[in-house]
Ligand binder design. Structure first.
Ligand SMILES: NC(=O)c1ccc[n+]([C@@H]2O[C@H](COP(=O)([O-])OP(=O)(O)OC[C@H]3O[C@@H](n4cnc5c(N)ncnc54)[C@H](OP(=O)(O)O)[C@@H]3O)[C@@H](O)[C@H]2O)c1
Length: 298
């Protein structure tokens, strides 16, 4: 199969590309610059996301995976929020419009979204049919998904992956908090009662491949382990896996001082389950947190 990927140079893309190449696929990626760390068999195509992507220069593609976006885990100034929005909503609009103009269209578009779609939901169990939230991230995800869904109008199967925070050694949330926990200074955030969805990087890559290969999968798919945990349970499990105490508790006001508006999203409660993926037959290799952390940390 011929794949076209945006965001291939990021944390998720760096795990995805080797898997696709090893399975004998052709990989093309659209990026702002060539990545020295990606396998040179992956073909680079320069894309300034403020302009239409140059799909004329890309050979015939079967499957598009759309993973690009300005990092969300940073202090949100107005320019940062604008980049977070434009690099997802506007860039996806340009990508889909360019696909529409192709004579030989791909059959599938798998587009990233996030569990942030659901907002802050206390103890409610959230599936793909749950309503969206009403904050900045929820609105962003909803508009990002709407832009991707337009590809359905001209015949593509569109999968919207609502991705939970991804656990991996070399990126995402875990890599950021590990130094604090390793030094014994880890702890709960704002009381720790809030639910945290999460997914092991290997399961996420497998959901991406499963979405590409399974013809009846379409629409929103929660890419999250079937066992969300509270932040207190996550803190305990991580301290245990590292053989370090994790007794601290960081109050909301301190988070707000350090992270500004983002703090509210760091403590949002989202008890999300992957109902659609399980119903479609996807099996998680790392359904429970202790097993996932053992694999990643030992
Ligand atoms: N990792 C997670 O825990 C997680 C959770 C939920 C959702 N997601 C979503 O999944 C997607 C991939 O995540 P990731 O962790 O792999 O992201 P990442 O490591 O931050 O990389 C994403 C890619 O986006 C491109 N990018 C960054 N800033 C950009 C900008 N201002 N304009 C245009 N492109 C930009 C970069 O590609 P180039 O520099 O090559 O152009 C980068 O390689 C993202 O959309 C993210 O929001 C991730």
């Amino acid at each position: 199969m011929d794949y076209l990927i945006t965001g291939a140079t990021g944390f998720i893309g760096r795990h995805l590309v080797p898997k696709l190449l090893a399975a004998g696929n052709e990989v093309n990626y659209l990026a702002r610059r060539r990545s020295a760390s990606l396998d040179s068999r992956a073909a680079f195509h320069l894309w300034n996301p403020g302009e239409p992507p140059p799909l004329d220069s890309v050979p015939t593609v079967d499957i598009v995976m759309n993973l690009a976006g300005e990092p969300v885990a940073q202090r949100w100034t107005q320019p940062v929020k604008r980049r977070i929005y434009e690099s997802r909503v506007d860039a996806t609009r340009r990508l889909v419009s360019a696909i529409e103009r192709l004579r030989h269209k791909p059959s599938v578009l798998i587009s990233a979204s996030a569990t942030g779609y659901y907002g802050d939901r206390s103890d409610e169990i959230i599936t793909e049919t749950s309503a969206r939230g009403h904050d900045f991230l929820a609105g962003l995800c909803a508009q990002w998904e709407q832009e991707a869904l337009r590809a359905k109008e001209f015949g593509l199967r569109v999968v919207l992956l609502r991705i939970a925070p991804v656990l991996g050694r070399d990126g995402g949330m875990l890599a950021k908090i590990l130094p604090v926990f390793r030094s014994g200074l880890g702890g709960r955030l704002a009381g720790g009662k809030q639910w945290m969805p999460w997914i092991h990087i290997e399961d996420l890559i497998n959901i991406l491949l499963f979405s590409a290969e399974t013809p009846n999968v379409e629409g929103p798919l929660n890419a999250t382990s079937p066992q969300p945990v509270t932040n207190a349970a996550f803190t305990h499990a991580l301290g245990r896996a590292l053989h370090r105490p994790a007794l601290f508790s960081v109050p909301q006001f301190a988070l707000r001082l350090a992270f500004g508006e983002l703090a509210r999203y760091m403590t949002a409660s989202q008890r999300v389950i992957p109902e659609a993926a399980l119903a479609a037959g996807f099996r998680f290799k790392y359904p429970d947190l202790a097993g996932a952390l053992r694999n990643l940390l030992e």
